[in-house]
Design a binder for this molecule. Structure first.
Ligand code: AMP
Length: 228
């Protein structure tokens, strides 16, 4: 049953993980859990956790493994299916996930493959609504005029960690820390790499095809909006 599916989504920052995981979650009837979104909410609310992680987020550095693992375990407890977006990001986090939930904790890990030069250009144009989190693209990388979100009316802004320095730090930790995790997931037979270039709709269609194929589900049975 697709509602019990447990998935991971990996990919460089700016590869479209957030957009694709939200769509996949809706299609399969599972919960989308983004660790980045969770942390940003905690920072905005100035909670104790937010105070602890704020500096890491601003610098584009990874939050310590123990802290992230705790947060994810709390979030996934009592849920049916889920897609984890942005977790695990290190071997230690991956091992902690399997230690806590067992060897068959994950049905499929999707890696969205987009080359570094392309994600840098996407990230410099990326804008996000501070109300509902909707992601959009600015007409140019320099555009910093505040626009209003056409979904919720919130402010559409640049993410605090979409600065040149933080982008570089995040991409370099992706290669050095997440790279080995991806090789490991592949060795477990869990990885499906999808070409993440192209439009969000194109990548979504490819993702659905891979999910159907690997999890023996029928695309027709998924809840896919007809406009996609
Ligand atoms: P994201 O929105 O996925 O790019 O995450 C934004 C920021 O949240 C990252 O740059 C990290 O500071 C933090 N973060 C999110 N997920 C993790 C994770 N699995 N491990 C460590 N830090 C994380």
């Amino acid at each position: 049953m697709s509602e019990q599916t447990h998935m991971l989504i990996l990919g460089r920052q700016g590869s479209g993980k957030g957009t694709q995981s939200a769509r996949i979650a809706a299609a399969l009837g599972i919960t989308h859990i983004s660790t980045g979104d969770l942390f940003r909410k905690e920072v905005a609310r100035k909670t104790q956790l937010g105070m602890r992680v704020g500096g890491y987020l601003e610098r584009g550095a990874l939050v310590p493994d123990e802290l992230v693992v705790d947060v994810v375990m709390n979030q996934t407890a009592d849920l049916g299916g889920w897609i984890l977006d942005g977790f695990p990001r290190t071997m230690a986090q991956g091992q902690a996930l399997f230690d806590a939930l067992g060897d068959d904790a994950v049905d499929l890990a999707i890696e969205l493959d987009v080359p570094t030069h392309q994600v840098i250009s996407r990230l410099s144009m990326r804008r996000v609504c501070d109300g509902c989190g909707a992601i959009s693209s600015a007409p140019s990388s320099e555009e910093d005029v505040i626009r209003l979100c056409n979904i919720c009316g919130g402010n559409v802004v640049r993410r605090q960690d979409d600065t040149v320095e933080a982008i570089q730090s995040r991409l370099s930790s992706y290669d050095s820390l997440t790279g080995p995790l991806i090789i490991w997931l592949d060795s477990l037979g869990l990885l499906a790499t999808i070409d993440g270039k192209g439009t969000a709709d194109e990548v979504f269609q490819k993702s659905l095809g891979v999910i159907a194929d690997r999890l023996l589900l029928s695309v027709e049975a998924m809840d896919v909006p007809t406009s996609s």
